[in-house]
Design a protein around this ligand. Structure first.
Ligand code: NIG
Ligand code: FE
Length: 420
């Protein structure tokens, strides 16, 4: 009998442009070659997408009185945004340092004077787990309203075993208490804590010995900040190799403020992503572009140079031309980017990194999913994928980077459920 639950639970019809973000080369991150369907529909059953096509091909027999029907009325429909790099869990803010920055102090000077990341560490260590969870949930609600349906969340403001484990736990809890998917990453190696001042290698050994074994099954990724005033390339390599041996996937913050070779080192180890890359050389970018299976993604964060008053932005256009796929993220954190507006980051990637609108849209969806190793579940509108879908208030995708700083989201669907 055809009566048992074959019908659609949600149907989004009359999509003027359905940006599928599907259709590139199999098993490779995308650039521009994704498919747009005009006058299209997307149908879901439960949490999954079960049909995608032109309105003329819609199988009306799958629509019952139980089907929730959303009429997009000719608007743009696209996958939920994937935010693949944030420092979601922290306490306090750094508005006072914003003043110092406006008066000309640099990010690394503020850090060297005991402020910066270390000032957020003090506030975070002093906060209760309930307060941290409360802040994280508020930020996730804001992200959801921007149409962000997955958020990666790094630890890194504890810098001791107890607090770092608490931050990962808070990220996990936050993921369970609201609809946005949260992907925890361990960034205990953010900077050297006061307790290990002048002994970076000892601190990393402590993390490997005391903390990484406690994280198995709780965080899939291990990340490190490779920079002057943080960790050297040699120390970073040793740490990442040890993390990899314990089964973690790798990420790195590198070439943010100087070209030290951290991205190339991490890519050689098979890192899933290399993040920031503002000072990455084109020679290294070309080398990273030849990754084949297990291709490393460059995660570009254009709101960070803006907020740090830095001239140099990652040359995303040239990265893509050299075969290095890029994702775009905010880097949401209290120091270098207090913004959750991934749409603004997308626009800035076009304006300052020379991405095309199509490349930038891939950067906040399917390529960001690749940067989280979730490309088979999220990031595109394809049969079998999770039904994370946005209806936007625009009728042509070129308007997405154009309305600078606005939120184009009209409706958000997560796992087949329309959000309020
Ligand atoms: O990705 N650069 C290192 N870490 C963060 C900033 C953290 C902070 O300033 O609190 C980043 O930019
Ligand atoms: Fe970051």
């Amino acid at each position: 009998g055809a009566s048992y639950s074959v019908s659609y639970t949600l149907l989004i019809r009359n999509c003027g442009q359905l940006l599928t973000l599907a259709g590139g080369r199999p098993n490779r991150p995308l650039t521009t070659d994704w498919l747009t369907l005009h006058d299209a529909y997307v149908a879901c059953r439960g949490s999954k997408i079960v049909a995608v096509g032109r309105m003329g091909e819609l199988d009306e027999s799958q629509i019952t009185t139980d089907t929730q029907v959303l009429d997009a009325q000719g608007r743009v429909v696209m996958p939920g945004l994937v935010e693949c790099h944030t420092h979601l869990v922290f306490a306090g803010n750094r508005a006072h340092e914003f003043q110092r920055k406006l008066q000309g102090e640099s990010y690394l000077d503020i850090l060297a004077s005991g402020g910066g990341i270390l000032s957020t560490v003090r506030a975070t260590r002093a906060a209760s787990e309930a307060e941290l969870l409360d802040h994280a949930l508020r930020h996730l609600r804001d992200f959801r309203r921007y149409g962000v349906t997955t958020v990666e969340a790094k630890s890194g403001y504890g810098l001791d075993k107890e607090t770092e484990l608490r931050l990962v736990h808070v990220a996990q809890q936050a993921g369970q208490q609201q609809p946005v998917r949260v992907v925890p990453t361990f960034l205990g190696a953010h900077v050297v804590p006061p307790e290990f001042q002048g002994r970076p290698a000892d601190y990393l050994d402590y993390l490997v010995r005391e903390v990484l074994p406690e994280l198995q099954g709780k965080a899939a990724f291990v990340d490190i900040f490779c920079e002057q005033g943080a960790f050297s390339v040699a120390d970073s390599r040793r740490y990442l190799q040890q993390a990899q041996a314990l089964g973690f996937w790798l990420k790195i913050h590198a070439e943010q403020l100087h070209d030290m070779g951290g991205c190339a080192m991490a890519a050689d180890l098979g890192a899933v992503s290399v993040d920031h890359c503002d000072y990455l050389s084109l020679e290294d970018a070309a080398r990273l572009g030849n990754g084949g299976e297990g291709q490393t993604i460059a995660v570009l964060l254009p709101l960070v140079p803006l907020f740090l008053r830095q001239e140099k932005y990652a040359p995303g256009r040239q990265f893509i031309d050299r075969g290095l796929p890029v994702a775009i993220s905010t880097d949401f954190n209290p120091g270098s980017c207090p913004s959750k507006n991934l749409w603004l980051a997308l626009s800035m990637a076009c304006l300052k990194m020379d991405l095309t609108p199509r490349e930038a849209i891939a950067g906040v969806t399917i390529n960001a999913a690749w940067a989280l190793r979730l490309e088979s579940e999220i990031g595109s509108i394809e049969v079998g994928k999770q039904a994370d879908i946005l209806v936007l208030d625009v009728r042509d995708y070129t308007e997405i980077p154009y309305w600078l700083g606005e939120n184009p989201v009209r409706q958000v669907v997560i796992g087949g459920c329309l959000q309020d």
